[in-house]
Write a protein that binds this ligand. Structure first.
Ligand SMILES: [Zn+2]
Length: 98
């Protein structure tokens, strides 16, 4: 576990892949692991390029997170449909999805 140079929080890396791309999210803030691991490179950039790097990083993550949300909503909708039409398959299920 390391400390994030951007937010000061504890980094909890996880990977997320979907049609929006692949990101290694930091779990502490909206900066990716790639940027955190290359912080020395980032720090050496002139401020306008730092800004551009941060914005590019956040835009890429936002695209992947948006796809993940889209899939979660679609999954829930198709599951609701199945529960209505094939209720017997879900009998006794206690899981809460949302
Ligand atoms: Zn952070």
């Amino acid at each position: 576990m390391s400390t994030c140079p951007f937010c000061g929080g504890a980094v909890q890396e996880y990977e997320l892949t979907n049609m929006g791309g692949t990101i290694r999210a930091s779990g502490c803030c909206d900066v990716s692991m790639d940027l955190i691991e290359n912080y020395d490179v980032f720090e050496a950039l002139p401020p306008p390029l730092q800004q551009a790097a941060l914005e590019g990083d956040k835009a890429q993550q936002a695209a992947v997170f948006a796809k993940a949300r889209e899939h979660a909503v679609a999954f829930q909708a198709s599951r609701d449909r199945w529960m209505r039409t094939h209720a017997h398959l879900f009998k006794g299920e206690q899981t809460q999805w949302l």
